[in-house]
Ligand binder design. Structure first.
Ligand code: SAH
Length: 258
């Protein structure tokens, strides 16, 4: 499955990261989830071989990372900014969990509210309140209340995963919109065709059908085939009829009783 283009509109911003290994692991997590835009705000050590080691296949993201001095520079052009935090803060900022945040971000980004940024804080102190207050809402990854602080790169992993799931779900909905749906009349032709085949193969007694025709109708209605699938189903039914006709012809030629 191809990556949803909306992912290109979402950047990950690591603020004042101390350990280069975390930067590398975050880059890898991003690539795994289809995100490619990384911004580093005043990292303590970068570039650094440790970052490269931990990035593995995420090296390209690391090499293309933008390094800036201030958070302002990292998010100046963003129309949506989300700040991640393990703890609730004194100032009651709007807070969503990782899943709801991803849905909101993807919906906004797909509607043209771009670029969007997700901020991740320092390993020791997280994001400062003043930094969180630059955000439209706070994103929290549900975790153990007694130990809620995840490793930075693992937090990036989970947030990026939710973003990818959301983007894929949204892409799926859009793809579904392009499917062609059969009309009610076309569905009736299929039901009639199916009824005929079931009678041909003596699946039920036409004089005493019981609930079978209704159940069959329910089954195929629940299938909700699109126009393409309906065509296939009709072809399938015709093939059964042709096979039956061929068999009775052969029997006729060989003098067998039908
Ligand atoms: N000791 C810090 C936590 C730092 S963890 C504190 O108390 O804030 C480093 C970063 O990982 C955090 O700033 C945040 O961006 C992310 N993170 C870790 N755990 C998280 C969680 N449960 N929810 C959201 N983000 C989290």
């Amino acid at each position: 499955m191809s990556l949803p283009p909306v992912l290109d509109q979402i950047r990950i911003v690591l603020v004042h990261t101390t350990h280069p290994g975390n930067i590398g692991a975050a880059a890898r997590a991003m690539v795994n989830m289809g995100l490619g835009r990384l911004v580093l705000v005043a990292p303590k050590r970068f570039p650094d071989p440790e970052a490269g080691h931990r990035a593995k296949g995420g090296l390209s993201v690391l090499e293309n990372a933008r390094v800036v001095d201030t958070l302002d520079e990292a998010i100046a052009d963003c129309t949506l900014v989300v700040g991640t935090s393990a703890r609730t803060r004194k100032v009651d900022w709007p807070c969503l969990d990782a899943r709801d945040s991803a849905v909101e971000m993807i919906t906004a980004a797909a509607a043209g509210r771009t670029p969007a940024a997700v901020l991740f804080g320092r390993e020791d102190r997280g994001l400062l309140n003043s930094e969180l207050q630059r955000c439209h809402w706070q994103l929290n990854i549900p975790s153990n209340e007694d130990y809620s602080s995840l490793n930075l790169a693992m937090a990036v992993q989970l947030v990026a995963y939710e973003i990818l799931c959301s983007a894929r779900a949204q892409q799926g909905e859009m793809a579904e919109d392009t499917r062609e749906w059969p009309s009610s009349a076309e569905l009736e032709y299929m039901h009639e065709h199916l009824r005929q085949v079931l009678l041909d193969v003596e699946f039920y007694d036409p004089d005493n059908p019981g609930l079978v025709p209704v159940r069959v109708r329910k089954l195929f209605t629940q299938l909700s085939p699109d126009a393409h699938e309906l065509g296939m189903l009709r072809g399938f039914l015709s093939a059964i009829q042709n096979a039956l006709a061929g068999r009775s012809k052969r029997r006729g030629r060989s003098g067998e009783s039908p």
